[in-house]
Design a protein around this ligand. Sequence first.
Ligand SMILES: [Fe+2]
Length: 596
Amino acid sequence: MIILGINAYHANASAAIVVDGRLVAAVEEERLNRVKYAAGFPAQAIRFCLDQAGVKLTDVDHIAVPRDPWARIGTKLRYALRMPRFAIERARVLKKFAGIHDDLAAAFEADPASIRAQFHRIEHHRAHMASAFFVSPFEKAAVLSADGLGDFASSMCAVGEGPQMRVLGEVTFPHSLGMYYTALTQYLGFWKFGDEYKVMGLAAYGQPEFLDEFRKIVHADEPLSFRLGLEYFTHQSQGPDMSWREVDRTPVLGKIFSSYVEKRLGPARKPEEPLTQRHHNLAATMQAALEEVLVAYWKGLAQRSGQKALCLAGGVAFNCVANGRIFDSTPFERVYVQPAAGDAGLSVGAAFTVNHQVLGKPREFIMDHANWGPQFSPAAIRAVVERADSSDGVEIGELDESDLVKTTARHIAAGKIVGWFQGAAEWGPRALGDRSILADPRRAEMKDILNRRIKHRESFRPFAPSIAEEAVGEFFEKTHPSPFMTFAYPVRREKRGVIPAPTHVDGTARLQTVSRSANPLYWKLIRTFGEITGVPVVLNTSFNDNEPIVCRPEEALECFRRTHMDVLVLGNFVLERKPSSADVEEPAERFAGREN
Ligand SMILES: [Fe+2]
């Protein structure tokens, strides 16, 4: 039984393939077409999934799409009458969905009649919830999806058991935690798609001094619900206006906060204006108000479902700071967040919905690692390395696994910045030890060095640690696994000075716990670094420079060439750049205005 899940015509386009109840492959289109947050039709992602499964498009039995035009049709029509421009845009997208069969046939140069798969339209939030619960380790759990907007709802919760889920409640347009966070992110001067996580990082620098006002902007309502103060927003009257930047086709969301926000909170920050303590406090308040609502929602869900396990999906599930509070603030004891919790994950969710809820198949798959993307053979990697000739000014060595790990750990301990490219690419927005840039977490200056030489990010944004799973309790105040970097925990007070580079200003860190079973090579590297330094933690940031995370070895080599990385480990090859004065004296000003 072959089921193809496709998230198309929307940011974070992706594909996933499930064969006989097990996920075989999943990848975002952006990794393959190199356009960040790529939308449109994910032809390359679909091709990769079919190739991984060793099947042709005509072999596929079911195709699942996470969009249901009939869901909440009454609400959709009501708003269509009020917002004609928004309605036209919706109609355009729905027309595209209606033509997905033809797009598939065209992309694969197939006769449309030869595609025998049955098509299924899965409601957006049901697909989100399925993307977490059906691949979680839990037989029974409470499930929550929360995002900006999908099929005219922003949130849904359920109780899942075995291959079924029973919906307990939903929150519909225009009330939305995602819209709330995005609107205030815009107000704070961050307009790029996906900038919300920047404000989450900024929040740690402030105090929630505007909470009384923010409780009018968003507040928990009856159990399993929340409300926006609609006078602070425009999306309910004008529609969320999504367009695509000409230059790189990245999505742009039009302004969704109203002039009332400025009347109540003062003028919005312009992107070029400096960040002041007031902005820090606004960000802190924004995060605090979100957490108040989420804690109330989680508590209500724990009570209604009677469950101790929770699965989270939707863009709000990436709020690792809020997620870190679940264990102290709610009855939930175990939490699963799938690595692609956002809309990319819908392809997985739609496919598993068909497998379990449509076809009634039992569950037999757990997503316990994130390596569902492209992998490259040693021969393919060797061919790329051979292109890095001496003109690159690098020394090249080929090592067996044991020496590779020792050499890499020594480089990191010596303060080198190491590009680490191994195995299959990660699914989801986080590099988790296969397409990562690694550095020494013990060096406080490492954050600035990484920003100056490679990442060019805002200085207030934290870097993350990867820690050997068995050492978590030694360094952190909580030990619940965070294999996909979706929780922030307080670093133990006495350890904050030991790993200053990835410890945020508020003493927390967005950690990745690395187990031997999920990623043996990365685990060995971290353990070996621990043997050398006494600290089984490495700083881990995504392997990219103002682009989607590298996918192919060629892209890793290109990124290494362009940036001031010291070492590139590509499979079993170690490429070490001979030091030059540029690496030491790189002026920070050169990168002013760049970010990623
Ligand atoms: Fe969504």
